[in-house]
Write a protein that binds this ligand. Sequence first.
Ligand code: ACM
Ligand code: ZN
Length: 347
Amino acid sequence: ERHITVVPEIEMPGHALAALSAYPELACTEGPFEPATKWGVFDDVFCPKEETFTFLENVLDEVIQLFPSQYIHIGGDECPKTRWKECAHCQELIRKNNLKDEHGLQSYFIQRIEKYVNKKGRKIIGWDEILEGGLAPNAAVMSWTGIKGGVEAAKTGHFAVMTPGSYCYFDHYQGDPQSEPNAFGGFTPLDKVYSYDPVPSELNEKQAKYILGVQANLWTEYIEDFKHVQYMIFPRLMALSEVAWGTSDPKNYKEFENRVVQHFNILDQMSINYAKSIYNISGNVIPNTNGIAYELSTSQNPTGIRYTLEGSEPTFNSPVYQKPIPVSGSSAIKSAYFENGQLKSAI
Ligand code: ACM
Ligand code: ZN
């Protein structure tokens, strides 16, 4: 109906603290465990025992019935080896299977699940880390720590989805943190997303065919509600869509931005929340002849900047910014961007 395919992701062997809270017997140590309430990568992960595989296979059976996608995402990322190093069962498994170390155990884990998923007629896709121990020919990689994973996948004949953190993580800031809601960190403004080229230059034409496309990630540790989800996605998703379609032209970013602004009218009509960060004003302390001054700038028309000096909210009738504001003592400068008399930016 929507012309989309939903690819479900079931995380393993790491990022599984919620599952271990419900099924502590699947961990290396006794527990009990609590679902995480803060961001993090946690030491307690699935222990590769038979009952863990039985559990995960049962979960995958259900997931495969629910989702018709040819790929099933099995995670694979960020699995600390702390517990496996100390666990008698894990160490015995390493010995029995002639594995090199705990990283070999991670590969054993992934390959066992991969065989199961393949037996059900589906293929696995997983984060960079699934490359570690070699992959079945039909496995695909989601390249997130950079582009290395995608390059390696494509060069070895595996499909890859490119989603490097510095271009595709929409939990990052898209403007000056002073004017933005709380975010994970990073800085990935609209023009940066638009500038992304998903086909690494080191791939030849044949290898480049293995780049399936791009993906935006919006992890929600710092997201409070759905309006905030929309804010982080829009308008960056428009930029990544053009990247995916192959119609983006970073040299002509301004032309794209003009089209984005037209789309804001549509988003307004659909009551979809979106970031107005492209309008936001930046402030900078600069030296001037008598000391220091505060400089305001915008990527938009500079005559749209209004400001106040006594802490009140700027309106369209506040002074128009013309030149850096001399600062001789403590003061509060508030500014905003206006167009056709309307407030467009954050204050
Ligand atoms: C990831 O961000 N850990 C895939
Ligand atoms: Zn263990």
